[in-house]
Write a protein that binds this ligand. Structure first.
Ligand code: SAH
Length: 479
């Protein structure tokens, strides 16, 4: 029977590619650049950075080009217009020219000389295009949207920039330098691969440190002795910010991108969780009264047992981990288990809400103190040891976390204690989420307004004279 064997199934064909990304070695080669505009000056700098020798043909170069020629030894200015002869020895030709006619002439001359050609802002005349660049040289990433929209390309670039640590260049350089030593060991294929896998894991885990020769020695020793892979787990407490995923820090994104497991709170938005590596296991550990939930001890125990298995565990916590996040218990638990722990700060809900409202929490002569309080004691009631005199300070801005349920009682206490009943107060529900809501009034009015509004999401109460201004409208975010 002519039955098809599984291993004979052809892999799918590559889909259409708008352009082919290739990486030109230009060191020591001549590049002809026609034109002296600011744009041409930037191209001259870019090309010179590759080690190319750039010949600029321009009868009247602008300021920037003059400065570039002056500063860069590899950029030579020839004070006349280009001629077809000039293209003969070039490895590449770039033209920033005035008219389509000149562009056509330049392209034809370059083609006649067998030189690939690019004309700035005239894609129809180009053999190749320049992409946006993410530079961690020797790691170089080029991005092309095939002219779809430059802003789109820039945003893609910014996202890649955010996840690749600057220190990567040092590690890539070390890889080039260490390569001969690894080859000299004459490892078999699997061992060599094991070496580079360990190298890569080390590079990303110590990206902000410089590679040292000791690292090479340790890596070689580890694979040489055939050490069983004993991965070392770790725990990172990561601040997820108040909701909008764009408020993650670059460090947070990098931690998420190298996570094996992500344990996240209820307060963390789905798109923020989605910033995690695709292969990472995601575990919801939200603590909420009305749902089956994990206790703090369960969560700490999970962090420890996952890290003990060698996993890189990210504990993704709403806002900033160090503010009303019980981070202390998690840190102590991980340290007690002898495992490494790192904390990456996040934007706390108060900062998110203030930014969204467009209201500064401090104001000269109006608010000189900012205080974050929780109105929720261990037993769920208003704490009975609140420092009321601090809360009634007319020069203070108070941000109440977890304060909706106990707000009527808190406000009653503050009024008794003599706070001005007309003090501005704003409740912000789901700050920085697309469905953020605000309820504004005076401190005396707020409990009733909040009761009417039926708050169901996370909510902050901001109190103080600094909040009397007019809030900005709610902005659409991508949470
Ligand atoms: N670590 C968090 C706070 C955790 S306590 C931080 O730094 O923001 C949980 C409380 O935070 C909630 O009850 C609510 O008062 C507040 N909160 C968290 N996210 C919020 C948001 N997006 N909008 C309003 N309040 C929020």
């Amino acid at each position: 029977m002519n039955q098809r064997q599984p291993d004979s199934i052809a892999p799918g064909r590559l889909g259409a590619l708008a352009t082919l990304p290739v990486f030109f070695k230009l060191a020591g080669k001549v590049v002809v650049l026609a034109g002296g505009s600011d744009g041409a000056a930037w191209k001259a700098e870019l090309l010179a950075a590759t080690g190319a020798y750039v010949k600029v043909f321009a009868s009247a170069p602008g300021e920037k080009m003059r400065a570039t020629v002056h500063d860069l030894a590899h950029v030579e200015w020839i004070a006349r217009d280009w001629t077809p002869k000039d293209l003969r020895d070039a490895a590449m030709a770039i033209g920033d020219v005035e008219s389509d006619d000149e562009a056509r002439a330049f392209r034809d001359a370059a083609r006649a000389a067998g030189v690939p050609v690019n004309l700035v802002d005239r894609p129809a005349f180009c053999d190749f295009q320049f992409g946006s660049i993410v530079e961690r040289s020797p790691v170089v990433i080029g991005i092309s949207t095939d002219g779809a929209a430059p802003v789109f390309g820039q945003d893609i670039r910014a996202r890649i920039e955010a996840i690749l640590p600057q220190g990567l260049r040092g590690w890539a350089q070390a890889a080039k330098e260490w390569r001969p030593a690894v080859l000299a060991k004459k490892f078999d294929f699997r061992t060599r691969r094991a070496f580079w896998e360990r190298f890569t894991a080390l590079a990303f885990s110590k990206a902000d440190e410089k590679p040292r020769d000791n690292d090479l020695v340790a890596l070689l020793a580890a694979v040489d002795s055939g050490l069983a892979d004993v991965p070392r787990g770790s725990v990172v407490l990561v601040g997820a910010g108040p909701g909008d995923p764009d408020l993650l820090t670059m460090k947070a994104v990098r931690a998420l991108q190298s996570a094996d497991v992500v344990l996240y709170d209820d307060l963390v938005s789905p798109r923020t969780v989605n910033a995690a590596r695709r292969e990472a296991t995601r575990i919801a550990v939200g603590k909420r009264g009305y749902k089956p939930s994990c206790t703090q001890d369960d969560i700490t125990a999970m962090l420890v047992s996952l890290a003990r298995e060698g996993k890189r565990v990210v504990r993704l916590k709403g806002g900033d981990p160090m503010i009303f996040g019980r981070a202390g218990e998690e840190i102590a638990g991980v340290i007690a288990a002898g495992l490494p722990v790192e904390i990456i700060p996040g934007v706390t809900a108060a900062s998110g809400a203030a930014a969204s409202l467009g209201l500064s929490l401090t104001e000269r002569d109006v608010a000189r103190r900012v205080q974050f309080i929780t109105a929720h004691a261990r037993n769920g009631k208003l704490p009975d040891d609140l420092a009321l005199s601090a809360l009634t300070d007319p020069r203070a801005t108070t941000i109440v976390y977890m304060g909706v349920k106990t707000l009527p009682l808190l406000v009653a206490r503050l009024l008794e204690e003599g706070i001005d009943p007309s003090t501005p107060a704003i409740a912000v529900e789901r700050a920085t989420w697309p469905d953020e809501r605000r309820i504004a009034g005076t401190i005396a009015q707020l409990p009733e307004l909040i009761a009417e509004a039926q708050i169901s999401g996370p909510c902050l109460v901001l109190i103080g004279a600094a909040l009397g201004g007019r809030p900005l409208p709610v902005r659409a975010t991508s949470a």
